[in-house]
Structure formats: structure tokens, C-alpha cells
Design a protein around this ligand. Structure first.
Ligand SMILES: NC(=O)c1ccc[n+]([C@@H]2O[C@H](COP(=O)([O-])OP(=O)(O)OC[C@H]3O[C@@H](n4cnc5c(N)ncnc54)[C@H](OP(=O)(O)O)[C@@H]3O)[C@@H](O)[C@H]2O)c1
Length: 304
């Protein structure tokens, strides 16, 4: 079995690591906060004190970190992956939703060392990650993908190869902007329905059964109608803004536009000064209530 070094035991990384262990892969985990890595020991993971220690001797080094800064620290920082004496056969994989600029830089650094690299971001929320059914978008060499396909299959239900390095993250960012726009516009629509005196459960049902229905709209309309949001937080407002801005940057860098993406980022940005940046994206409706002088929801609408 290929030896895996995995950087990042956050909510997504933990689910991916557990599925790798379940599939029989030996996994060495590094996480900035040691406790989250230690929590994986009972499932068979080995814990490393640094990314370099995790990567030493690994066949595959992969990361699932929050953003460019976290990725840079773990791959290129002191005691980062590139400080390790890596075998030339090692495959480096970036699963994080980072910027395309970062992916380009990491791919170039891997190339300078003669190492193979794939960008492999994923779509699917943490419950989907637990089930091992993420959708993955891959950029990089097709032959390299075949070497690591058994590893990636441990936590995915589909793997789509888009082309050379950078193309997986390009699709993921475009995809995430579209998803974020749906959530932001749903929050505005639900808040408008409430302000117009309409019943929110009926509005959620209307959106979920009409041409507006998408998995995002169906799920998030329920959270907003019931005032019952995910606990623990599954995807925060701050992360929505991060993803949108990487996506806007990508679109504009290739001569496309993302006016609606920018607008969605501005809508989510209202959560930040209210101290709601780390709350669920669906709680955006509460930020709109506060901004427009209405009381935020304080208890579940169904009274439980
Ligand atoms: N949640 C979702 O629904 C979802 C779905 C698809 C893709 N994603 C993407 O998956 C990635 C991980 O998201 P998540 O939901 O798992 O987030 P998370 O639970 O907040 O985990 C973030 C991870 O990044 C690490 N990290 C943050 N800042 C760091 C730094 N400066 N240096 C080193 N490590 C740092 C954290 O370490 P600590 O534990 O020490 O903080 C943790 O391991 C993100 O790129 C996200 O966009 C998320």
C-alpha cells in the first residue's frame, strides 16, 4: 500500500483521512493543532510533529488546508514538505480550495524538484466526505493520476480529469462561485419573503419544488426557514468569501467577468463586522436581519 502523508486534520481532512485508513492505507498526519491529529490515532493514523516529518518516506503527500497561507506554511515554510528529503517518485497532491496562483507556484516548485504534482480539489460537504463520496476535479498528468487513483478513490465517488496542473482548481473555483451565489441570493430571497410578511416554511417549500430548486437551495432554505443551522459549523461565511474571491480573481485573470460573484462576496461580507464570520453560511439571513434593523432569530422556529 502507498504510504500517505496528510497535512490538515480539519473537518474535511479528518473525514478523508478516516476513509484512507478504512481503505487500508498507512497515513501519517500533520495538523497545526496537534489535538486534531491525535484524535485520529485510535483509527490507526500516525502523528507527525511537522509537515517535513510527515512527508519523509511517503509515496503520496496530500494536503487539505484552509487557504493559500496555510498551504504555503505547510508546503514551503520552515519544516515544511519541501524541507524533507523526498523520494523522486513521490506524488504531491493539493486538495485544498486555494487560489490558482498558489497551485501554479506549488506545481512549479514540484517541477523544480522533479516531483509529480496534481491539484485535486473536491466538492461535497463534510457529511459527503464522511461517506467517502466527494466529487474530485483533477489537474495534472493523466499517468500520475492513474498511479494515485486507488488512493483518491478511498474518499471520492467521481474523479474528473480536467487537463494540466491548475485546471482542477480552475473548475473548482468557478463551481464554488456559482454555489456561493446561490446561497447568497437565497438568503436575500428568504429575508425578502420574511420582510414581506410571507411564511418562511411555505417560501422554502416553493423554492425547493420550483425551477429554483438545487441541492443548495433545497437544503439551505430549510435551515433558514427553521432557524436551525448546522452544528458544528460545516462551511462558514468567511470561507464563502475566501472561495468567491479566489474564483473572482481566476475569472478576471482569464479575461472573464464575475460581477455577480463580487456581489455575492459583498453580501457575505456583511457577516464579518457582526462577528458572524465563523458561523454557517446559511446564517447569512441573520446578518441581513440585523443589518436591516430586524431581530435575528434566537430560537428554532418550530419551538423545539
Ligand atoms: N467544509 C466544506 O464544506 C468544504 C467542502 C469542500 C472543500 N472544502 C475546502 O477544504 C479545505 C479545508 O476546509 P475545512 O472545512 O476542513 O476547514 P477547517 O475544518 O477549518 O480546517 C482547516 C485546516 O487548515 C489548517 N490551517 C488553517 N490555518 C493554518 C495555518 N496558518 N497553518 C497551518 N494550518 C492551518 C487547520 O489547522 P488547525 O486545526 O490548527 O486550525 C485545519 O487543519 C478548505 O480549502 C475548504 O475550502 C471545504
Amino acid at each position: 500500500m502507498q504510504q500517505i502523508a496528510f497535512l490538515g486534520a480539519g473537518i474535511m481532512g479528518t473525514a478523508m483521512i478516516r476513509n484512507l485508513l478504512k481503505a487500508g492505507f498507512p497515513v501519517t498526519v500533520f495538523n497545526r493543532s496537534d489535538a486534531k491529529a491525535r484524535a485520529l490515532e485510535p483509527f490507526g493514523a500516525t502523528v507527525a510533529a511537522s509537515p517535513a516529518n510527515a512527508a519523509a518516506g511517503a509515496d503520496v503527500v496530500m494536503s487539505m488546508l484552509i487557504d493559500d497561507a496555510a498551504c504555503r506554511a505547510c508546503w514551503l515554510g520552515p519544516q515544511g514538505v519541501f524541507d524533507a528529503a523526498l523520494d523522486p517518485e513521490t506524488v504531491l497532491i493539493e486538495c485544498s480550495t486555494a487560489s490558482r496562483d498558489w497551485i501554479g507556484e506549488l506545481a512549479a516548485r514540484a517541477g523544480e524538484r522533479g516531483l509529480r504534482f496534481l491539484d485535486c480539489p473536491v466538492a461535497g460537504r463534510p457529511d459527503v466526505a464522511v461517506e467517502g463520496k466527494l466529487n474530485m476535479f483533477v489537474g495534472g498528468d493523466a499517468a500520475t493520476l492513474e498511479i494515485v487513483r486507488p488512493v483518491l478513490s478511498a474518499f471520492t465517488k467521481s474523479i474528473t480529469h480536467f487537463g494540466p496542473a491548475g485546471s482542477g482548481i480552475a473548475f473548482k473555483l468557478i463551481y464554488n462561485v456559482l454555489g456561493a451565489i446561490q446561497v447568497a441570493s437565497l438568503a436575500e430571497a428568504m429575508f425578502a419573503a420574511e420582510a414581506a410578511g410571507l411564511d418562511l416554511a411555505a417560501a422554502a417549500n416553493g423554492f425547493a419544488t420550483g425551477n429554483t430548486a438545487s441541492p443548495h437551495i433545497i437544503r439551505h432554505a430549510q435551515y433558514m426557514a427553521l432557524n436551525r443551522h448546522e452544528d458544528p459549523v460545516q462551511f462558514s461565511g468567511r470561507n464563502r468569501i475566501k472561495d468567491i474571491m479566489y474564483g473572482v480573481q481566476l475569472s478576471e485573470s482569464v479575461g472573464a467577468q464575475s460581477d455577480i460573484g463580487r456581489a455575492a462576496a459583498n453580501v457575505f461580507a456583511q457577516m464579518i463586522p457582526l462577528g458572524m464570520g465563523d458561523r454557517n453560511d446559511s446564517e447569512l439571513i441573520d446578518a441581513l436581519r440585523i443589518v436591516h434593523g430586524r431581530p435575528p432569530a434566537v430560537k428554532p422556529r418550530d419551538g423545539r
